[in-house]
Design a protein around this ligand. Structure first.
Ligand SMILES: Nc1nc2c(ncn2[C@@H]2O[C@H](COP(=O)(O)OP(=O)(O)OP(=O)(O)O)[C@@H](O)[C@H]2O)c(=O)[nH]1
Length: 337
């Protein structure tokens, strides 16, 4: 599907550990004055804020917003109140359809600081009702430049927020020294090689790092290449046959080798692969490793579809329908995932 025909509403998941600057970023994005500087009309945005406490406070910190705001309080939308997300999206959508709320063009969901984004992604991607009317544009994670390292050491949620991100915003770089920032950046790159990292001070973010990421929706070869960011991964060269224990147990050290709980790697194949083999390998991956798999992205050169790259992605055990791209961008047609 291309931009021209996809009229569904994009959803951005804004996550990040406690106090890492999510609301500060959100606040800026919703301010008309922020967009005036960019000579751009602010997109009318609906916000869903999830707060842990039964009385939400964050929404009171959000200034002027022209779009609707929905609050999900009293638990985390990744677990206790996971079931509230789709009804909230439905209420917003029906209000928009019936003209009761402004016709918002996009949605930002701000999670709690201790949310695991993966179950939220699952909820969004699994619901047919949601998928018909919305698409997940991407996951944006804020990381505190001062406390980020310690939070990654101590809180598994912080690791998962980083590992599941499509963009990483390193916040409070005005407060951290250059060495701390550099060390944290290389740790983030090792945890999630495919997510570009931007420095953000006081929420002053470039909207291009938040919107139109189309992270689950690569519609052109050029975007697909950026989306995969395969060059940043440690490569494991694999050979046929696909269904090999070595692939399933692949555990290449991450760049820094410090975060043993989450590792990232890529596999490349020099020759086109038979679809049956790919499919069997993926089934095996789901059967034996899905509980350990956070995210998978692939561009595959399949024997049966020569010349047409096939894009695949998964969040945990959930695999999404493959997308066929019109052509390969470069001469390289290696299967990378
Ligand atoms: N100096 C500095 N302070 C910042 C920056 N970004 C955020 N802050 C401050 O950090 C504090 C926490 O920021 P929030 O935006 O509320 O963080 P949050 O992630 O929404 O927090 P929770 O909702 O509690 O998880 C606030 O006092 C912000 O003003 C920054 O880049 N530099």
């Amino acid at each position: 599907m291309t931009d021209a025909v996809d009229v569904r509403i994009p959803i951005t998941l804004l996550t990040g550990f406690l106090g890492s600057g999510k609301t500060t970023v959100l606040n800026n994005l919703l301010k008309p004055s922020f967009w005036e500087r960019l000579l751009h009309a602010p997109p009318l945005t609906a916000v869903i804020m999830n707060e842990f406490g039964s009385i939400g406070l964050d929404h009171q910190l959000v200034g002027d917003t022209q779009g609707p705001m929905a609050l999900l309080n009293g638990g985390c939308v990744c677990c206790e109140i996971q079931g509230s997300l789709v009804p909230t999206l439905k209420n917003l959508w029906m209000g928009r359809r019936d003209g009761k709320i402004p016709p918002y063009e996009r949605i930002i969901i701000e999670t709690t600081g201790i949310a695991d984004p993966t179950p939220i992604l699952e909820t969004l991607l699994r619901s047919e009702w949601v998928a018909k009317r919305h698409y997940l544009d991407g996951v944006v994670t804020t990381v505190d430049a001062v406390f980020g390292n310690g939070q990654l050491d101590q809180h598994f949620e912080a690791l998962r927020q980083v590992a599941g991100a499509d963009r990483l915003l390193l916040t409070k770089t005005d407060l951290a020294d250059a060495t701390t920032i550099q060390q944290l950046e290389s740790r983030l790159a090792s945890l999630n090689p495919s997510a570009p990292i931007s420095h953000v001070q006081h929420g002053n973010v470039n909207p291009d790092n938040i919107f139109k990421l189309r992270a689950y929706h690569p519609s052109e070869p050029v975007k697909a290449k950026q989306w995969l960011a395969a060059d940043n991964f440690r490569v494991i060269t694999a050979s046929l046959p696909l269904k090999q224990p070595s692939i399933l147990n692949a555990s290449a050290p991450s760049h820094g080798g410090t975060d043993r709980r989450i590792r990232s790697f890529s596999l490349t194949f020099d020759h086109p692969l038979p679809w049956a083999g790919v499919s069997e390998a993926l089934d095996t991956l789901v059967e034996f490793c899905s509980h350990r798999l956070l995210r998978m992205k692939a561009i595959i050169n399949v024997q049966e579809y020569l010349g047409r790259p096939i894009v695949l992605h998964a969040v945990q055990h959930l695999f999404y329908p493959s997308v066929e791209l019109p052509a390969w961008q470069t001469a390289s047609k290696r299967f990378t995932c």
